[in-house]
Design a protein. Structure first.
Length: 265
């Protein structure tokens, strides 16, 4: 978002952007879209289900919507063309879409389809989205790509191996793109959620371990406003996972995570 170029850039200008958030028909994506729109940004919400988009548009007149299936390369290209034709001033892309599913790799017939779907959605999806918008974003005077990884990119949850792997890949992709784009007008931010009370996994919306959605989004907005030099957006709750290895507590944190909560991401 405008103004985040380094530690000397001053507070982020968190309004006046045009932001596309594919995968924002529920959960973190929708809550973030609503907060960003309330701050004076033009926000376009993308999703696969037209009925959800119609409802969101009716309930949130400030939000624009576009249908997109981030598992489908043609749909991504088509949606990108639609968004850019209507919003040529687009300067922020948030690659929000993702799935999180349990896998049992001790029963090979049961996990492969899930693993492949997870890679397609969580890794190929963001790669294709960035590819569809990167040329345009480099023409803007100040642009941002926000990727979405997870605390599980750094500390694994036993029951979701491919999810963990895709989020670790998103982290390293973000790090690498930041290096490649260092001399352009495009910055790369990485949002790293902990477990948040959404429908990402069964039971997660009511989990005592998961962070309330409103609290998470409020803290994210505060971090974006007050830490313009940050390259990773980390609420306090995710640091237990994010820095386990750096603290020398990796084994203990892995044990605690996998004993404490079957949904924690």
């Amino acid at each position: 978002m405008n103004g985040v170029t380094g530690p000397d850039s001053g507070d982020m200008n968190i309004s006046g952007n045009t932001i596309f958030i594919p995968g924002a028909t529920s959960g973190i994506g929708l809550a973030l879209a609503q907060q960003l729109a309330a701050r004076g940004n033009t926000v376009i919400v993308g999703g696969r289900r037209q009925e959800l988009l119609t409802t969101i548009a009716a309930e949130n007149p400030a939000l624009d919507t576009v249908r997109i299936d981030t598992t489908d390369a043609d749909s991504i290209r088509s949606a990108a063309a639609t968004v850019l034709a209507k919003h040529p001033d687009l300067d922020v892309l948030v690659t929000m879409a993702g799935i999180m599913r349990v896998e049992d790799w001790t029963a090979p017939a049961g996990f492969l389809d899930t693993a492949e779907a997870t890679v397609t959605t969580n890794l190929l999806g963001p790669i294709r989205l960035i590819a569809a918008f990167i040329e345009h974003l480099q023409t803007r005077p100040d642009a941002t790509i926000m990727t979405v990884s997870s605390g599980l990119a750094f500390t694994p949850l036993r029951v979701t191996p491919t999810y963990n792997a895709t989020k670790a890949a998103i982290h390293m992709l973000s790090e690498s793109l930041r290096l490649q784009l260092a001399d352009t007008t495009v910055q790369v931010l990485e949002l790293e959620p902990p477990s948040v009370r959404t429908a990402l996994m069964p039971g997660q919306e009511t989990s005592d371990f998961a962070m309330p959605l409103d609290d998470f989004v409020t803290e994210v907005m505060q971090l974006i406003e007050t830490q313009p030099e940050a390259t990773e957006i980390q609420v306090e709750n995710v640091k237990f996972l994010r820095y386990a290895e750096a603290r020398g507590e990796y084994d203990q944190v892995v044990s605690t995570l996998n004993r404490r909560d079957p949904h924690g991401h």
